[in-house]
Write a protein that binds this ligand. Structure first.
Ligand code: F6P
Length: 324
């Protein structure tokens, strides 16, 4: 293999730049020619592919977002789009790909390999931490820290006004950000999509806490929770127990996707970017490089999105125990 390309795809995540840097520099170190594909699969289809040199990735390790830009490509879901993408790669002689993204990105790569035989090795780049085959995804740690900073501030005002705050954090189908922020932010309740908690149960926990002399409470709701987002849950509680609590709702939103990556994310991204290039050179295809128990492992793409990485029941228990 002489020529490879790297791209970022799906929702951006802090640390993607550090990963691009690691891929580019490792590839050059190993004597490969390396290209950057702009805007994920869209750039592949449009032929927006640029040569990367060592200094193309200078001064980006600390930057949020992605210099290669990102997109969720609808066109790549069509056979016609994938054919155009293949032709553009062929023109440049690109023989292998490093895809930095989440489950949608890897699903696309599997289809692409079936049709055109171009091998892809993935790096898990998503704040959601919802991929099987790695303890942590790139961007998760930064997102948790960003959300936590906001939660700490909300806690101050919740305490001053004796209020109950419902705070919504990101995680489309995943409660990983919620549970980490919940424990680290001392929340009374954490609601995650993986483990059902009814609104009645939330009401009962809040009431019990206030009976034990609490004067403010924080409820963290993952956006994908079965009972609805933070606003919906708060509305139900208001209806269920009118005038009992002074309730406010805050949705943290895309603030969680930006910002300079933490040291943990930069390290993870650097290790995984390196591992992805090593994997391609070793002949791996359709696998994601991840880190489990501090060891690099390669997991088939299908497993990364089909197998479940469960939220630990012990962590959920911890929220209850530590918030009495
Ligand atoms: O997958 C990352 C994520 O931030 C999810 O937590 C969230 O549901 C989604 O992306 C939001 O996507 P978009 O930025 O396209 O609205």
């Amino acid at each position: 293999m002489k020529k490879i390309a790297v791209f970022t795809s799906g929702g951006d995540a802090p640390g993607m730049n550090a990963c691009v840097r690691a891929v580019v520099r490792t590839a050059i170190y190993k004597g490969l020619e390396v290209f950057g594909i702009m805007r994920g699969y869209n750039g592949m289809i449009q032929g927006d592919i640029v040569p990367m040199k060592s200094n193309s990735v200078s001064n980006i390790i600390q930057k949020g977002g992605t210099i290669l830009k990102s997109a969720r490509s609808k066109e790549f879901m069509t056979a016609e789009g994938r054919k155009k993408a293949y032709e553009n790669l062929q023109k440049l002689g690109i023989e292998g790909l490093v895809a930095i993204g989440g489950d949608g990105t890897f699903r696309g790569a599997v289809e692409f390999y079936k049709e055109f035989g171009i091998p892809t090795v993935g790096c898990p780049g998503t704040i959601d931490n919802d991929l099987y085959g790695t303890d942590y995804t790139i961007g998760y740690d930064t997102a948790v820290n960003t959300a936590l900073e906001a939660i700490d501030k909300i806690r101050d005002t919740a305490d001053s006004h004796d209020r109950v705050f419902f705070i919504e954090v990101m995680g489309r189908d995943s409660g990983y950000i919620a549970i980490a922020c919940g424990i680290a932010g001392g929340a009374e309740i954490v609601m995650v999509p993986e483990i059902l908690m009814s609104t009645a149960e939330v009401a009962q926990i809040l009431q019990a806490g206030w009976k034990r002399s609490k004067t403010s409470s924080i409820v963290i709701v993952a956006e994908g929770d079965e009972e609805g987002g933070a606003q919906e849950v708060a509305d139900k509680i208001r209806q269920m127990m009118p005038n009992q609590f002074d309730i406010r709702v805050t949705t943290l939103g895309h603030i969680q996707r930006g910002g300079s990556p933490t040291a943990r994310d930069r390290l993870l991204a650097s290790r995984l970017g390196y591992a992805a290039v090593e994997g391609l050179l070793a002949g791996y295809k359709n696998v994601m490089a991840g880190i489990i128990n501090d060891q690099v492992v390669y997991t088939p793409f299908e497993d990364t999105f089909q197998k479940v990485k469960p939220i630990s029941q012990e962590m959920m228990e911890l929220v209850k125990i530590l918030s009495i």
